[in-house]
Design a protein around this ligand. Sequence first.
Ligand code: ATP
Length: 373
Amino acid sequence: MANLTIKNLFKRYDNVGKKTKTVNDYAVNDLCLTCNDGEFVALLGPSGCGKTTTLRMIAGLEEITKGDIYIGETRINDLHPKDRHIGLAFEDYAMYPPLTVYDNIAFNLRAKGVAKGEIDGRVRDIAKLMHCEELLDMMPVKLSGGQKQRVNIARAIVRRPEILLMDEPLSHLDGKMRQSMRVEIKRLHIEINCTSVYVTHDQLEAMSLADRIAIMDLGVLQQFGTPMEVYDDPVNEFVAAFIGEPPMNILETTVIKDENDFFFTFAESELRILVPARYYSKVRDGFRVKMGVRPMDLYVGGPESKGNPERVAVFENLGDERRIGVRVGEHMMMLITNDETRYRHGDIIRLEVNGEKTHLFDLETGDRIRSDR
Ligand code: ATP
């Protein structure tokens, strides 16, 4: 076990930026990150944001354009991949089809010249840990997706790596299998207590597994924090919109002053939301800004409610929760409710918004505008 430190890491491919947008043609752009001993860190972001490239540079499979990577005190830039004490589990299972599961797991130990008796003990221990003992005599072609993924991870950890790297290991699995493998990975991490870096574009996976999440966009790290930090305290509009399902409602608004209060107002809508007093030093009459509020901070008001009447445009009954969408100007604003009412398209609800839970984002840069307290 060791900590992993990434210092000012850059990657430029010859043709990068042609297919996917990047900043200054860097696939990875000035990335700084420290994963502590035993920590589970998720690299999260949309397709093309540089997650896999980062992982491959850590593994030694991709040349580093600029910057340094350390495992513990050792700078590993120039170390051969096999000398980095890293375990790799990629989305492709990459097993050797003619070998049994046992031989697939044992393969790297044999290549390293580990004694036969020790290999047997280690393969069986890992198989037990990964709950795949009954698969040891099977051929890879006979395995289901979930079983393949167990074996894939078993192969990555049998060498007792200091750092475990996983690249979208659950992406081939269907919903139910993903859920159960997610629980398995969490259990495994607690049991082997290995510093782990996990690439995913699925925010739910990152939120449920990681101690800290590094959110990337266009090769640039946006925020690195615990799940609660990135959810409650996003640094910018990108992070706010990427974390949370359904996503945060983010709408352009004009702030107006009415007597001593400020209100968020919206084009082509009667909705007004009281601006929390903590933002009063940041806003003025006519101020244009983006306002964000999470779906769980909107409510359907009761009979006495003074909330603005809004027409239900979308109603989704998900069993344990219900989602209502109302149109605010050109935007759809989603709210989550546990009440049992089955709304229909066109029903009128009184929309209440917890203004205290609103976030402000700069119209141009998307940066969060922080309140005074
Ligand atoms: P995904 O989730 O789709 O795998 P990602 O976040 O892992 O995306 P990367 O695969 O790291 O993103 O790609 C980052 C950028 O680098 C993209 O613009 C991609 O097109 C580019 N890129 C990746 N590999 C290569 C390569 N071998 N040659 C040229 N460009 C590449």
